[in-house]
Design a protein around this ligand. Sequence first.
Ligand SMILES: Cc1cc2nc3c(=O)[nH]c(=O)nc-3n(C[C@H](O)[C@H](O)[C@H](O)COP(=O)(O)O)c2cc1C
Length: 333
Amino acid sequence: MRIFLAPMEGVVDAMMRDMLTRIGGYDRCVTEFIRVSERCLPRHVFIRFCPELLNNSRTPAGIPVYLQLLGGNPAIMAANASKAASLGAAGIDINFGCPSKTVNKSDGGSIILREPERVHDILTAVRAAVPSTIPVTAKIRLGYDNTDTLSAIADAVESSEINELCIHARTKLNGYKPPAFWKQVATIRHRLSMPVIINGEIWNSSDAKMAKEQSGCDDLMLGRGAISFPDLALSIQHNLSPEQPNGSNCQTYQPLPWQDILLWLQNHSQLSHEQVPKYAANRTKQWLIYLKRQYPEAAILFEQVKRCRTVPEMISLFQLSSSAISHSAISSA
Ligand SMILES: Cc1cc2nc3c(=O)[nH]c(=O)nc-3n(C[C@H](O)[C@H](O)[C@H](O)COP(=O)(O)O)c2cc1C
């Protein structure tokens, strides 16, 4: 089983990839999508989305980062994929999943799923433009407004000879609403000889187990779950690993305590403040909202920081909260 960190625009940037891959359990990351429309983008754009290109396309913890492209013109997608490869991308991923109206209007993302032959043309052009040593992967949904084209999409992907396919088990119309239809993926798995990765609605180890069983996929991609539960990948690796050699079950995984998460939060918001000051405060609040799902303490902290305008204001509240926890640990010892 391999576990991949999902691309998430505005959420999973290089700093988030760095933090989550340091915490561990991930085998690969994918950048936020880079929109490709009329031309070959300049180097600085690729570096902005994927600063890891300056580190052999790996996070500081050594995990490979694939660069994701989104667009509808095969020749232009191919030219950009070739450029990304020449800059050292560990792999190229093509986005056919984005549901955004703006993106779909400009002929990119999930709208292309309505025309499986275009999926084929884009992937074939990209595969041909990139050296065979560099993997090309694609990320799709089950379809646009229904799953009628799913088999044709699977055949289009298979004949393009790319390396792997990730399926977010919902249509564009389903958006991000639960459930994810993992079983639907099993209906087309036999059409594909490449590894297929299951994605959607995996928040804990038992979801991971069911997603694997119902889809028939071995590998997983984690999106919102990874942000809500920063050591989710470690937890899945631990809980789904085969039994210990002596036959006894592994002990249940203990998620990182809130105190540790608080330290990651301080670190991450400080880094964001230094590197993307314009977005840092909102991104920190956004992360706290995701963390509420796993940690009740995040909900309390969110109420305290929600009116803060700057990261330094938030960090002083995080420090207060952190020292209150240490103080109560000392007094109860
Ligand atoms: C805020 C947000 C941004 C996203 N950005 C991207 C993106 O840039 N590229 C992409 O392929 N998918 C993107 N996705 C979709 C996720 O990669 C993933 O497929 C989806 O969230 C389902 O997985 P989950 O249920 O584990 O979150 C995004 C999802 C969210 C919620």
